[in-house]
Design a protein around this ligand. Structure first.
Ligand code: SR1
Ligand code: MG
Length: 419
């Protein structure tokens, strides 16, 4: 279907707020009706359309729109955090999400909702509607098998990062990506504060279950943990490895019948590949510790090995077989040097997986003791929730206390979560 949008090579303007106004359903219908390809997609006229607000994340307003012929999803930035209107915020996050979506659908087709339209003045992003999908958070709570999703997300992370890294694309393309996405400072600041900093000292945004008090004191004072945190902060800021999703938790993955679609790329940035892998791994760990039975916990924790294996298999496969333009290790230099190549792959994959384990630990710590807690424990009694969160936090602290063995404990090659 035709779309009036900029090509990914022409970044969307990021400072275009003069014409911004917050839409209500009627205002949204007017906007959609004025765009023939969206009007045709929905069919009929605005009075025939149902518009349902489904805002669920912390930041934006989201509507699902259904018409006689089809559906779509519309998302608009608010000038503040949706769940805390006193926390003011620039509007440009949907600009970065729109650009991330364009980039990602080119390398992982079918694994993100189709991009349909972006209005840079209203900060309004329109995509295909994921009818009958639910968030992975909800699917896991319902007892859905995590194995196919873990494999798919491992594949997705590998495709998306490899083809947006120096191994998978030209240095000019990487410069373009870096130039554009390094402008996403507002949401990167949220990650820097909420994930990488605040949980390691007393901060007014932090809150936690009373059962975690002693462990939180340790997070605020333990030198070994603080050393690991500083190392991971350095990895986050200085490893300009690939374009990342940046917020790949279970609420950013929609699922239906074992198939997944990744949404909410508004936190996209250039950074270490292990950040996306670790953020997603943390959701599986947290869901496992919150599980209703030992068997279910094991099923969730065993899916971490599937995530890991699928990521590495896809990443190394792309590395060996990719024929598109790239300047790092062109094939004429590596031909007949399989041993060197294999050593390079081992080193790089080990570093990615080690980063992932560290970032997973930091994400677990944040979701339990900082701001924007995980919903996975919400169905448990207060006492059971405290016990399980305590176990999960002990696990994360153990990872942070010994980063060199953390990947084995997380992904199942060392004694840790796995039976
Ligand atoms: C104020 S935003 C809080 C959190 O919500 C998002 O989903 C990110 O995880 C962010 O850290
Ligand atoms: Mg989100």
């Amino acid at each position: 279907m035709a779309s009036r949008v900029c090509h990914p090579a022409e970044p969307f303007p990021v400072n275009a707020s003069a014409h911004y106004r917050q839409l209500d359903p009627a205002g949204l219908a007017n906007q959609l009706a004025a765009l023939p390809f969206l009007r045709d997609r929905l069919g009929g006229n605005p009075p025939d359309w149902t518009i349902r607000e489904v805002s669920d994340g912390n930041l934006n307003t989201v509507w699902l729109v259904h018409g006689p012929a089809g559906s779509l999803c519309a998302k608009q930035s608010l000038p503040h955090v949706r769940v805390d209107p006193s926390w003011k915020m620039p509007l440009d996050r949907t600009t970065f999400e729109a650009a991330w979506l364009r980039e990602t659908e080119a390398v992982a087709p079918g694994m993100v909702p189709p991009f349909l339209h972006f209005d840079p003045h209203l900060y309004l992003l329109v995509t295909g509607c994921l009818d009958d999908y639910v968030t992975l958070t909800e699917a896991l709570a319902r007892g859905e098998n995590p194995a196919p999703i873990a494999r798919e997300i491992g594949f997705f992370i590998a495709q998306n990062t490899f083809h947006h890294s120096f191994r998978g694309t030209s240095f000019e393309n990487m410069a373009r990506l870096e130039g554009f996405f390094s402008g996403n400072t507002t949401l990167t600041r949220i990650t820097v504060d909420l994930v990488l900093t605040d949980p390691y000292h007393a901060h007014p945004r932090n809150h936690f279950h009373p059962a975690l008090t002693t462990l939180v004191e340790r997070l605020h004072t333990d030198g070994l943990i603080h050393g690991a945190v500083c190392h991971l902060q350095e990895r986050f800021f200085t490893t300009r490895q690939a374009l990342l999703h940046g917020d790949l938790h279970s609420g950013s993955v929609m699922v239906r019948n074992g198939k997944s679609s990744v949404i909410d790329g508004e936190f996209s940035l250039i950074g270490p590949i292990g950040f996306d892998l670790g953020m997603f791994a943390a959701s599986l760990v947290l869901a496992g510790f919150a599980a209703a039975s030992e068997e279910r916990r094991q099923e969730l924790h065993n899916s971490l090995a599937l995530l890991h294996d699928s990521f590495l298999k896809t990443y190394c496969h792309e590395w060996m077989n990719h024929e598109g333009a790239h300047d790092l290790s062109p094939s004429f230099l590596m031909r007949d040097k399989l041993e060197i190549l294999s050593q390079q792959q081992k080193r790089e994959c080990a570093a990615i997986v080690e980063d992932a384990a560290g970032f997973a630990a930091m994400e677990i710590v944040r979701r339990l003791t900082g701001y924007a807690h995980t919903p996975h424990f919400e169905t448990l009694s207060q006492e059971a929730s405290g016990d399980r969160q305590h176990d999960a936090l002990c696990f994360a602290i153990d990872l942070l206390s010994d980063l060199s063995n953390a990947a084995g404990k997380l992904f199942g090659t060392g004694s840790g979560l796995h039976s």
